[in-house]
Ligand binder design. Structure first.
Ligand code: LLP
Length: 415
């Protein structure tokens, strides 16, 4: 069986009984399904043409074993730090399939990108362009770059994950992009090979992506009148998934509309999806430590906190919560909260659940921006990550130990 399924009331992911995993590896624990990741990746790959690239957005889930799986399927990668780039290299990625975005690239990060000769550095400001030119000169290399354009389009999602508005720190306006292309024309150490755009995340309306494509096409036309070097358009990531009842954005439909719009314009396409590939493929397994019934509310206090999964506290985001079994208990409305000493440490509000102390739960759709945003707040140890493929279980990251956690603070490697 692929994906989540119930048998006799027990929740399985692919062929694995999730309560068995919770017992064997403890809780909280992240679990991902390789088959779900593969099928979401193929939706992109199959809809694209030979020379187009799917560059998985490493920030959404940067586990090296996940990157390896995607690399083996022919994925490229979108990175936003030198260390994400190093992770991709460890996973065996070809630098020719890596693009590097982000507004604050340091000198060392640019040097690394140039040394590895990655596909493209996506430049986010005029001063970054100046810095890249200087470093490329020093190193005696040519830098292959794209300009990230800010089209002033709302992604119509949570304000924290909008990146394409003119009030945002990302990208540059069309006018600045044209100035930058003039500068590039007269510089020897830089090739402007693409234009990029990413307007935000959890986008549900495909027309927003098509609007930003329109900006890229018009700008590419102007830039190419002088330079004629722009060969690809990178339309970013951002396609939304179903968390509650939203209709997900369908990658193959959006790609087919994009290719239609491109028609016989001679541009390769790059996409940078993260959430839409891995978001629905992961769950966080957790256990109810206590039930606390107060005058006003019922709390199910679980062993996963905002440090393990930050999205609900940071964005008030909704994640479905389900029990791993279906015991006949009284159904009540619960506030599902963690052990962290903050009132923001709530993972799910007002959920109808049949639970008691010791009940095992799954928090759904946490494959993207779950583990990667976790922290050690309250000196909590980060959970393990497990990848399952059919009936095979692979621990792709161990649970942290206290000794490991304090080893950077002590001379004697902890106690
Ligand atoms: N490309 C760029 C340049 C990005 O900044 C991002 C995400 C992506 C691609 C991938 O977007 P995706 O396909 O995953 O939507 N922590 C937030 C999401 C932050 C997204 C940041 N940029 C969350 O948990 O919702």
């Amino acid at each position: 069986m692929k994906g989540f399924n119930r048998n006799n009331g027990e929740l399985f992911l692919d062929d694995i009984l999730l309560s068995d995993l919770a017992v064997s590896y403890g809780t909280p624990t992240y679990v991902y399904s390789a088959s779900l990741i593969r099928s979401r990746f193929l939706e992109y790959k199959d809809a694209l043409r030979q020379d187009d690239k799917v560059c998985f957005s490493v920030k959404s889930n940067s586990n090296i074993n996940i990157l390896k799986l995607l690399n083996e399927m022919g994925s490229g990668f979108d990175v936003v730090s030198g260390n994400e780039l190093r992770r991709c290299l460890l996973a065996g990625a070809d630098p020719k399939n890596i693009v590097f975005s982000g507004v604050g690239k340091t000198k060392a990060e640019i040097q690394l990108a140039l040394k590895e000769n990655i596909f493209s550095i996506n430049i986010e400001s005029e001063n970054e362009l100046n810095r890249i030119i200087e470093i490329a000169k020093e190193m005696g290399v040519e830098a292959n770059c794209a300009i990230r354009v800010n089209p002033d389009i709302s992604a119509e999602s949570h304000p924290y994950i909008e990146t394409g508005l003119k009030t945002s720190k990302f990208g540059v306006t069309k006018e600045v992009a044209l100035n930058m292309s003039q500068k590039i024309r007269t510089s020897e150490n830089i090739n402007l090979i693409g234009l990029a755009c990413h307007i935000g995340s959890q986008i549900i309306k495909p027309e927003l992506i098509l609007d930003s494509l329109e900006h890229l096409i018009h700008l590419a036309d102007e830039v190419n009148r002088d330079l004629n070097t722009v060969t690809f358009l990178d339309i970013g990531g951002g396609l939304g998934i179903t968390y509650k009842d939203e209709e997900r954005a369908n990658p193959s439909e959006i790609i087919s509309q994009t290719l239609n719009r491109l028609g016989d314009l001679n541009f390769d396409l790059i996409l940078e999806p993260g959430r839409s590939i891995i978001g629905n493929a992961g769950v966080l397994l957790t256990q109810v430590e206590y039930i606390k019934e107060t005058e006003n509310l019922n709390f199910a206090i679980i062993d996963a906190g905002m440090n393990d999964l930050m999205r609900p506290s940071l964005y008030s985001s909704w994640h479905n919560v389900s029990t791993l079994d279906s015991k006949e208990l009284e159904e009540k409305i619960y506030q599902v909260v963690g052990p962290v000493c903050e009132s923001a440490d709530s993972l799910a509000k007002d959920r109808a659940l049949k639970v008691e102390e010791g009940s095992l739960l799954a928090i759904h759709d946490v494959g993207a921006y779950g583990y990667v945003m976790s922290s050690n707040y309250n000196t909590r140890l980060r959970p393990p990550e497990i990848l399952i493929e059919g009936s095979t279980v692979q621990v792709i990251k161990r649970r942290e130990s206290f000794k490991e956690l304090v080893s950077l603070e002590t001379n004697n490697n902890g106690t």
